[in-house]
Design a protein around this ligand. Structure first.
Ligand SMILES: Cc1cc2nc3c(=O)[nH]c(=O)nc-3n(C[C@H](O)[C@H](O)[C@H](O)COP(=O)(O)OP(=O)(O)OC[C@H]3O[C@@H](n4cnc5c(N)ncnc54)[C@H](O)[C@@H]3O)c2cc1C
Length: 489
């Protein structure tokens, strides 16, 4: 076996994407995972457009688009009434659409690609210790078969051992005390073309339709007061059987089978750095946040792509090690923004206290009915505005490392905000559908183009209206010494 240049710890979506990227560039990569084999639970169920693009570039998209559920909308209920439906149709202005597909399916395609590239995954190998020196890292598994590697990357999830061994801090705070989750097959006479959220004084309940041959698979999520009691799957299902009528008002739901249950606490944490010498972090090992908005897997996949080409150049001896510092410099601000937005969105949705609940039910949800908001859900903080692509450096393409004309920056004169944050929760274009249950709706209507915001699908890209004045060249961000081309904030 050739000596290992990069040891990837963790065969989740981040580690697999990284390993594919490195192997495709001829790096001798070893992948280890503590688990006995691949995870089969669904976990993430949205692959956003930028994640689809990364998978396409690493050759791991496979037949995921064919297996994806059609984009859904979201109906929100408060005070016992359906107040609004945001309907998401494929955005014809985007060449790539988000996919509603399970994390298990995404991981399976990545494993297929990695296998094609000739890299086996070593299951049942838990990293226990790592001793770095100037030339590399010796990694110990407690089995008298340590691996010597030039670089060690921790893609080993939220409780990362590698992060702990590297000494990188992971400060943060809890956002929501406790969430219950269950993927269940249920008899439920409910429209499966939209997800639904019920805002109740005791908490929120979400029901998201999931793809299943049986046709009755739902993901249920509810925030509940924290308890130290350990809940078995049957107890979680029993709680949902109580919560469903209480929070949704629907009494005819019969849960037939539970495929996965979980109890989790939403935390917001960010690693102080993504690199300590020859040890690097990516994915949940570097950042964790609320799953609302579906950003975790996507951000990890983005980290992996950014790191893969840089690490390949450094490992091949074609670039100086300092190139790796741009990885933290580019990806950490993006994760900061993801944490900020997902925390804000979660707090709005969960309604932390009577005042925020009142604001949510009487102001935020009704706001969603405004035609302008229906046309562009990103006007409301709890619906969109999440980073969709890494900050790109003019002169360098993060995927290939090859020369690139640079990012399309917003016209800063018209749009004074920085270009980075952009919608992710928005999976397609929202089609207006006001008061769908109340009879006042205007039905489906395409968005009306307006001057200045004609067809803009995200803040850093706007389409031109025929009557717009000639386009000025965008002002590029100021460069600071040592930060060539970093977009100024
Ligand atoms: C309910 C829920 C819904 C979510 N929904 C979405 C969504 O819609 N969209 C989205 O993008 N994200 C979502 N997420 C988040 C997403 O699941 C995670 O962000 C994603 O799994 C992170 O991938 P990762 O590869 O970084 O880490 P992980 O998937 O956690 O993988 C880490 C791997 O490392 C291995 N490992 C751990 N310790 C060691 C060790 N010491 N040695 C060797 N191996 C080790 C583990 O066995 C594991 O296989 C959701 C999460 C939850 C809980």
């Amino acid at each position: 076996m050739p000596p290992t240049q990069v040891l990837v710890t963790g065969a989740g979506p981040t580690g697999l994407t990284l390993a594919c990227g490195l192997a495709a560039q001829g790096i001798a990569v070893t992948v280890v995972d503590a688990a006995p084999g691949p995870a089969t639970t669904s976990r993430a169920n949205i692959l956003h457009a930028r994640g689809v693009e990364v998978l396409t570039r690493v050759g791991a998209l496979g037949d995921l688009p064919a297996r994806s559920l059609a984009p859904v909308g979201m109906t929100m209920h408060a005070r016992g009434k359906a107040l609004t439906t945001m309907r998401f149709a494929p955005d014809t202005r985007e060449s790539t659409q988000a996919l509603f597909i399970s994390q298990a399916a995404v991981e399976a395609e990545l494993r297929r690609r990695l296998d094609e590239l000739g890299v086996p995954i070593q299951w049942n190998r838990r990293v226990l210790a790592a001793t770095p020196d100037t030339d590399g890292v010796t990694v110990d598994f407690g089995d008298n078969a340590p691996i010597r590697t030039d670089w060690l990357v921790g893609c080993d999830g939220a409780r990362s051992t590698v992060r702990g061994l590297s000494g990188i801090d992971f400060p943060g705070v809890p956002v929501v005390e406790q969430f219950l989750l269950a993927d269940v097959r249920a008899d439920w006479d409910r429209d499966r073309s939209t997800s639904a959220g019920w805002f109740h004084t005791d908490g929120m309940l979400l029901a998201i339709p999931m793809r299943d041959n049986d046709g009755g698979l739902w993901r249920l999520m509810a925030d509940v007061p924290k308890t130290s009691e350990h809940l078995e799957p049957e107890q979680i299902i029993a709680r949902f059987e109580r919560l469903l009528p209480e929070r949704t008002g629907e009494t005819g739901v019969r849960i037939r089978e539970a495929l996965w249950t979980s109890v989790f606490r939403i935390q917001r944490r960010l690693a102080d750095s993504y690199r300590a010498g020859r040890v690097l972090l990516a994915g949940d090992a570097a950042h964790i946040h609320s799953p609302i908005g579906g950003q975790g897997m996507n951000t990890g996949i983005g980290d992996a792509e950014n790191l893969a080409w840089k690490l390949a150049l450094v490992a091949h001896g074609r670039a100086d090690e300092s190139l790796l510092d741009t990885y933290t410099a580019e990806r950490r601000p993006l994760a900061t923004e993801v944490l900020r937005r997902t925390t804000a969105n979660t707090r709005v949705l969960v309604g932390d206290g009577p005042v925020s609940r009142a604001l949510r039910d009487w102001l935020f949800v009704p706001l969603l009915n405004l035609p302008a908001v229906q046309r562009d859900p990103n006007r409301v903080p709890a619906v969109g505005h999440l980073p969709r692509r890494p900050t790109r450096r003019p002169g360098q393409n993060p995927a290939t490392g090859r020369p690139d004309p640079g990012p399309r920056l917003r016209n800063r004169r018209r749009h004074p905000h920085p270009p980075l944050p952009a919608p992710e929760l928005r999976v397609g274009r929202a089609v207006p559908q006001r008061f769908p249950h109340g009879g006042h709706g205007r039905g489906h209507r395409p968005p009306t183009p307006r001057r200045g915001c004609h067809g803009a699908s995200r803040p850093d890209e706007r389409r031109r209206h025929p009557r717009d004045p000639p386009r000025r060249p965008p002002r590029l961000a100021r460069r600071r010494p040592g930060q060539a081309g970093t977009v100024a904030h």
